[in-house]
Write a protein that binds this ligand. Structure first.
Ligand code: SF4
Ligand code: SF4
Length: 109
């Protein structure tokens, strides 16, 4: 059950959670960050450090934020603007740095 970043992160994106993640699976978009659901080990370390309480385990995401469960995955399986192929599972956010773009859902927030 991976953790998920919801809408409260949009335009905050301060990366406090990134510092806590032991497997470096929180990737930086332009306005929001995204947890790779295939790389997340469900440790929960990121959740309490978020200043806007944007992070939930997927089964605890509020109904009003449910679209962000699929949207976190979409960041990795869909082709992002300016790229030729999906990001996939890079095995570490530091390797790829700031992706500089967002999913269509987040662009429209
Ligand atoms: S739950 Fe753990 S592994 Fe998953 S994103 Fe948060 S800190 Fe990283
Ligand atoms: S700590 Fe919260 S607001 Fe900051 S990047 Fe992570 S999810 Fe977004």
């Amino acid at each position: 059950m991976p953790y998920v970043i919801t809408s409260a992160c949009v335009d905050v994106n301060d990366k406090s959670c990134v510092e806590e993640c032991p497997v470096d699976c929180i990737y930086e978009g332009q306005r929001k960050s995204y947890i790779n659901p295939r790389e997340c080990i469900d440790c929960g370390a990121c959740e309490p450090v978020c200043p806007v309480e944007a992070i939930y385990q997927d089964r605890r995401v509020p109904e009003s934020e449910a679209a962000y469960i699929a949207d976190n995955q979409a960041f990795f399986v869909e082709v992002l603007e300016g790229r030729d192929e999906p990001l996939g599972d890079p095995g570490g956010a530091r390797k790829v740095g700031d992706l500089g773009t967002d999913t269509e859902l987040v662009k429209g927030v």
